[in-house]
Design a protein around this ligand. Structure first.
Ligand SMILES: Cc1cc2nc3c(=O)[nH]c(=O)nc-3n(C[C@H](O)[C@H](O)[C@H](O)COP(=O)(O)OP(=O)(O)OC[C@H]3O[C@@H](n4cnc5c(N)ncnc54)[C@H](O)[C@@H]3O)c2cc1C
Length: 509
């Protein structure tokens, strides 16, 4: 490995690997080194069971469509998230066409996305939401039903055992997906390190980031087997370290990172691997979040396809752990406290009492409480068919705010040096689904000059044909892109003939 790579990527998860592939495709002469603490890629949040695998396109997540004070439904956030997922679909399509991923079924499967509610107030909300969304071309093909018979046809497990007069409603969009982000990360890392000048270094922790000469960064690393310390210097550093990004941002000492803090939220799923049950549910069914719960704690009953295994996942049950990574240290939170972020931390604690209460309640939940929540989505669920599965950690961003002292954010944010030589990705929502959007944002922020040049722009348009076009405004381009990406990725397209059952479930059972 060169001791002077052009680019250092910290962490071998979906974000670093996506940024790395974009950079290498656009600038084949770049040398790139990835450093990863663990023994393989995608063992933290990007690992299949550490996240829910939803290809978040805002089809079913009701937290992206808040009700305005006048009762109308605001779909602007849902549209943003929806077209961000189109960027990922185009990037993955490019990789499949190029042969970098042999079979899209190794990481993505068609699974309808649904929103389900079962009380009169929420039925009225879902109906309004459906009217607002289905009128926009980005959500065309969305279906709505209040009929028990129709809902039972789409999701039998959700309806069995319910009183016939219980109000219920559902929306469905068949073009939804389940994505194994762990498998995808492996494809990306393999593709990257197979190219000249690229390498990945496992069991190697980045310990310090120091400004070096010639506008480079000295990246100090420790070999976790031998304990040996060494360093490389790079022109550009991407801190894609998931929950480990905040401490590294702090170590870089860039003033742009001052005052940031992190709030870790842990998660648990319930998981069912019984084929007799799982074959009767083919959907990701999202409900409404409980009062005070963070937006990413919306309960959902999901089909998961991981390798050859078809399972059901329910959850998440959020919790609190002071670790920033699943394989992290209980001291992570305490060690991240600095004089500059004490005020933001205290302000967030003061202003988010609902959330604190919710997390404490979740941590204290017994098995019977967990099953009661599952019953709301699967009334006939039997405890013996389910087991617990620990999910990944998410570190929510706490940022300084002049007015309130500090703000708790549930999205993601790129925080970078003013000379664009280093950038860290903080936060985790909507997450892996928007990795291509994040990578493009990194390019726009840190490689703006190259991006407008003759070499990079045509290549980027080859990778992302919609680059520079608003899919929110251009209906015919959206349809064209979706039909093409659905064809290559072997997923459903609302404007094409639905897949045959055997094609839809191929490799899933
Ligand atoms: C419960 C849960 C459910 C989720 N559901 C979804 C979903 O349905 N859909 C979706 O799109 N997203 C979802 N997400 C979010 C998604 O998992 C993350 O956004 C995504 O995996 C983050 O990828 P990453 O590469 O940034 O981080 P990670 O995958 O965590 O990778 C970071 C890597 O950096 C390494 N690292 C850390 N510190 C260092 C260091 N100092 N030196 C070297 N290496 C280091 C870590 O070991 C790790 O391998 C979910 C997340 C959680 C926790």
């Amino acid at each position: 490995m060169s001791t002077e790579p052009d680019v250092v990527l910290i962490g071998a998860g979906i974000m670093s690997s996506t940024v790395g592939v974009f950079l290498k495709e656009l600038e084949p002469s770049f040398s790139i080194a990835i450093f990863e603490t663990l023994q393989d890629a995608a063992l933290e949040s990007s690992e299949a069971w550490n996240n829910a695998g939803t290809g978040h396109a805002a089809n079913c997540e009701m937290n992206y469509t808040p009700e305005r004070p006048d009762g109308s439904v605001d779909i602007s956030k849902a549209l943003e998230v929806n077209v961000e997922f189109d960027l990922s679909r185009q990037f993955w399509t490019y990789l499949v066409k190029k042969g970098a991923v042999a079979d899209p079924r190794s990481f993505i499967h068609p699974v309808p996305h649904m929103s389900f509610v079962h009380d009169a107030g929420n039925v009225a909300f879902l109906k309004k939401r459906y009217a607002a969304m289905s009128a926009h071309h980005c959500f065309e093909g969305m279906e709505y039903s209040e009929s028990g018979g129709q809902i039972a046809d789409w999701v039998p497990l959700v309806m069995e055992g319910r009183a016939a007069d219980e109000p219920a409603a559902i929306t469905r969009i068949i073009s939804g997906t389940d994505v194994d982000y762990g498998a995808l990360t492996h494809h990306l890392v393999h593709h990257l390190v197979a190219q000249p000048g690229c390498s990945v270094h496992y069991k190697t922790r980045v310990t310090h980031l120091v400004r070096a000469e010639n506008k480079r960064w000295r990246v100090e690393v420790q070999d976790l087997d031998s304990g040996e310390m060494r360093s490389v210097t790079a022109k550009f550093v991407f801190i894609g370290a998931g929950g480990g990004a905040l401490p590294l941002l702090q170590k870089s000492g860039i003033p742009e990172g001052h005052g940031y803090a992190g709030f870790p939220v842990s998660g648990i799923w319930m998981r069912c691997d019984d084929p007799a049950i799982n074959k009767r549910h083919h959907a990701k069914v999202y409900g409404k979040a409980a009062v005070g719960s963070p937006p990413m704690s919306v309960p959902h009953l999901d089909t998961r396809v991981i390798g050859e295994q078809h399972s059901l996942l329910f959850g998440p049950y959020a919790g609190f752990s002071s670790k920033f990574l699943k394989h992290g240290s209980l001291l992570d939170l305490v060690e991240s406290i600095r004089p500059a972020n004490v005020k933001p931390l205290l302000s967030v604690a003061r202003d988010n009492f609902d959330l604190t209460e919710y997390l404490i309640e979740q941590v204290l939940q017994s098995e019977s409480h967990r099953l009661a929540t599952l019953d709301e989505y699967y009334p006939k669920a039997e405890p013996k068919d389910w087991r617990l599965q620990v999910a990944g950690q998410r570190v929510q961003i706490i940022k300084p705010d002049v007015k309130r002292g500090g703000l708790l954010e549930f999205g993601t944010e790129l925080v970078g040096a003013s000379d664009n030589s280093l950038v860290a990705l903080l936060g985790a929502s909507p997450g892996a689904s928007t990795a291509a959007f994040i990578a493009i944002s990194v390019l726009q922020k840190c490689f703006a000059g190259e991006l407008t040049g003759q070499a990079w722009l045509p290549k980027l348009k080859e990778m992302i044909p919609s680059y520079g076009i608003s899919l929110i405004n251009d209906a015919s381009f959206t349809r064209k892109i979706r039909t093409e990406t659905a064809r290559v990725l072997k997923i459903e397209d609302v404007n094409s003939k639905p897949m045959q059952e055997k094609d839809r479930t191929a490799a899933a059972r």
